[in-house]
Design a protein around this ligand. Structure first.
Ligand code: KIV
Length: 281
């Protein structure tokens, strides 16, 4: 069996000064293409809730949905590390439940690592991460704008803006340092000013993976639907590398026109009766 990217591979690439890449994926066909494209890590994000399942935010995603998405991605990926994103309240209520749920990502869904969002000075989550890493579950931290806390934060606001020397920016640096102590192998840094991204990156010796965190971080992550132009909005923090909405709409229009116009199916799409032998494709 082919070995996928491991924590030590990520560390080697980081120490060699390589900028790390991560994209989200929620199903097998997209994950296969993301893997073939050469990313280091694939995050089976809880952003599946709003980007794949039609919810307004990430909160409704269930453990069973997250595990099913992760297992689909696991089946399609040969090279990249597969990171399962723990859904809202699948961790935090108790240590036992948190450990059990994190373990399910690895034992049942084939994830290579898990990711947990952490509030500023979020000691409960930091203790859980400490336990997970002690038990051998590679864990990715996630600080800055943490969408699972959106209702508490009040919206997708830029964290640390205009406050580079402020308590908010200091809190993010301190939280990153605590996550490093707890044993995370990478930290996602979401929607912070470029200065905060730089400060956190300088403060810790684990790779920081930015989304809307500017240029001075160790790697980048984007949500796949945003970067492919697939039902997504155009966000300032993202970049659209394709326009799949238009591609899909025009393919569907062609199909409808051809079926209604009698062009599809054509003779080459039909089956002749065969006396024997395997079915044609
Ligand atoms: O779920 C997700 O897509 C994420 C990324 C924004 C990092 O957590």
């Amino acid at each position: 069996m082919q070995e996928r990217t491991s924590v030590s591979d990520i560390w080697t690439r980081y120490e060699d000064g390589e900028t790390l890449t991560m994209l989200t994926a929620y199903d097998a066909p997209i994950a296969a293409q993301v893997d073939a494209g050469g990313v280091d890590m694939i995050l089976v994000g809880d952003s599946a809730a709003d980007n794949h399942l039609g919810h307004d935010d990430t909160l409704p995603l269930t453990m069973e949905e997250a595990l099913s998405n992760t297992a689909a991605v696991d089946r399609a990926v040969d090279d990249a590390m597969v990171v399962g994103d723990m859904p809202f309240l699948s961790y935090g209520a108790s240590m036992e439940e948190s450990v059990e749920n994190a373990g399910r990502f690895m034992k049942e869904a084939g994830a290579d690592a898990v990711k947990l969002e952490t509030a500023p000075h979020g000691e409960t989550t930091i203790e859980i991460i400490d336990r997970l890493t002690e038990l051998g579950i590679p864990t990715m931290g996630h600080i800055g704008f943490t969408p699972q806390r959106m209702h508490q934060i009040g919206g997708p606001y830029i964290q640390g803006r205009g406050q580079t020397t402020s308590a908010a920016a200091d809190e993010l640096v301190e939280t990153a340092e605590r996550l490093e102590e707890a044993g995370v192998f990478t930290i996602v840094l979401e929607t912070v000013t470029e200065e905060v991204g730089r400060r956190v990156t300088e403060a810790v010796d684990v790779p920081t993976i930015g989304i809307g965190a500017g240029r001075y971080v160790d790697g980048q992550v984007l949500v796949i639907t945003d970067m492919l132009g697939l039902g997504g909005e155009a966000f300032k923090l993202s970049k659209q590398y394709a326009d799949l909405d238009s591609e899909i709409e025009s393919a569907v229009e062609s199909y409808v026109d051809e079926v209604k116009g009698g062009e599809f199916p054509a003779e080459e799409n039909t089956y002749d009766p065969l006396p024997e032998g395997p079915d044609e494709d």
